[in-house]
Design a protein around this ligand. Structure first.
Ligand code: NAD
Ligand code: USQ
Length: 384
């Protein structure tokens, strides 16, 4: 299948492009290097020594003999987006190409507006390009579990059956997102569902949980193929940060009470989920939603796990309870359905002491590259 991976230079996009290519698909990627630019703005950088996109594509060809085409440009530019769609004529589009950080979107008014424009406008251009150029293509869009927030009821997969004043309907599950970034994913979901309803676009909205991990089958082939790995307060995610902190003896940064519970998945399972979604497409006019995570943990659970595994490895890990820089529930009910990808064939790689030990050992290889400055949380939800 001809697959276009938008955001193909990113943490998840680059390994996905390689994974789909190895699975026999004809892969092209698009990126404007926004992620690299934002890390420079934050004075931070990837733990892993990543190559530029051109070098990655060249190294992948040398190692596997396979070609990945690359297009450099901005999805918020409609003529660039249309040009890429006409050049590739994709049958499936995997859309990762957005600003993915909740803290970044909360730094200032400028960062919030930029995030909303980048994500919502880019996705609108993708929707219109599908409508006008490849109307039979399947859009696989990365959304987030954070669209739902933390309601005091079970979270369903996209839709909920409601009985109201004696009448029943199945409607989109209520959304209560926690940042300007998470809001963009809600706006995207509405726009994509509209495109399915009105123009018949086939779409899969993947409400993904927090991803952890650094290695996939393809990144292991050659060090030049490694993916980026961020651990700073703005772009690093919880477990990834905790493993880096453990390695350098920095007390784990648990925000508030640490009862914040989220869905998590290994980067290896992100690859599996995308392949399953691409190879089992939605029907024309269908808008389906999968909750993409394999298990749920509180931030406190994760810190305790890293502390225990650290002790087994002879590392003394301490845990710091910091004032929560975000405005969020620090203890709450959380029970989210996640069966649809398993029904399609997902075989989860669950978190265990061995997985964390292996993860910490991989981080140790790059210990000398860790910068201390960007680790402590500075971005506050209540800043002006
Ligand atoms: P990332 O920032 O590494 O990847 C996104 C890529 O898209 C970057 O390379 C960036 O340069 C590119 N991009 C952004 N805006 C663009 C534009 N306007 N035009 C062209 N390219 C653009 O982020 P990631 O962690 O790999 O996340 C990928 C996607 O998955 C995001 O949409 C994110 O919201 C979603 N997601 C990530 C996680 C996670 O834990 N990493 C969890 C749930 C959902
Ligand atoms: N947290 C800490 N300490 C830290 C970092 C985070 O306690 O050092 C807490 C946060 O307060 C939050 C939770 O851990 O309650 C998750 O935060 P995170 O930074 O790991 O993840 P989040 O901001 O939710 O965003 C990440 C990705 C985003 C994706 C989202 C999935 O960056 O792209 O959409 O995970 S979800 O959380 O399901 O919305």
């Amino acid at each position: 299948m001809r697959v276009l991976v938008l955001g193909g230079d990113g943490y998840l996009g680059w390994p996905t492009a390689m994974d789909l290519s190895m699975a026999g698909h004809d892969v092209s990627v698009v990126d404007n290097f926004l992620r690299r630019t934002m890390l420079t703005e934050m004075g931070a950088g990837s733990l892993t020594p990543i190559q530029n996109l051109q070098e990655r594509v060249k190294a992948f060809h040398e190692v596997t003999g396979l070609e990945i085409r690359s297009f450099i440009g901005d999805l918020t530019d409609p003529s660039f987006t249309d040009e890429v769609f006409r050049a590739v004529m994709p049958e499936a589009i995997v859309h990762y190409g957005e600003q993915p950080s909740a803290p970044y979107s909360m730094i200032s008014r400028r960062h919030g507006v930029m995030t909303q424009r980048n994500n919502v406008e880019g996705t609108l251009n993708v929707i219109f390009a599908i409508r006008d150029i490849v109307p039979d293509a399947h859009l696989v869009k990365l959304g987030t579990m954070g669209e739902y927030g933390t309601p005091n009821i079970d979270i369903e997969e996209g839709f909920i059956e409601i009985e109201h004043k004696g009448r029943k309907d199945t409607l989109p599950f209520p959304k209560v997102p926690g940042s300007m970034y998470h809001l963009t994913k809600v706006h995207d979901s509405h726009n994509i569902q509209f495109a399915s309803r009105i123009w018949g676009v086939a779409a899969t909205d993947l409400n993904q949980g927090v991803v952890y991990g650094i290695r996939t089958d393809e990144t292991d082939l050659d060090e030049r193929l490694c993916t980026r790995f961020d651990y700073d307060e703005v772009f690093g995610t919880a477990l990834n940060r905790f493993c880096v902190q453990a390695v350098i003896g920095y007390p784990l940064t648990v925000y508030g009470k640490g009862g914040q519970t989220r869905g998590f998945l290994n980067i290896i399972d992100t690859m599996q989920c995308i392949r399953l979604a691409v190879e089992n497409p939605a029907e024309s006019g269908e808008y389906r939603v999968f909750n993409q995570f394999t298990e749920q943990f509180s931030v406190r659970d994760l810190a305790e796990l890293v502390q225990r595994v650290g002790a087994d490895l002879g590392i003394n890990v301490s845990v710091d309870r910091l004032e929560d820089p975000r405005i969020e529930a620090e203890e709450h009910y959380y029970n989210a359905a996640h069966t649809k990808l398993v029904e399609l064939g997902l075989e989860p790689h669950l978190l265990s002491d061995e997985v964390v030990a292996h993860f910490i050992e991989t981080v140790q290889r790059y210990k000398d590259r860790i910068l201390l400055g960007p680790i402590a949380p500075k971005t506050r939800w209540d800043s002006r």
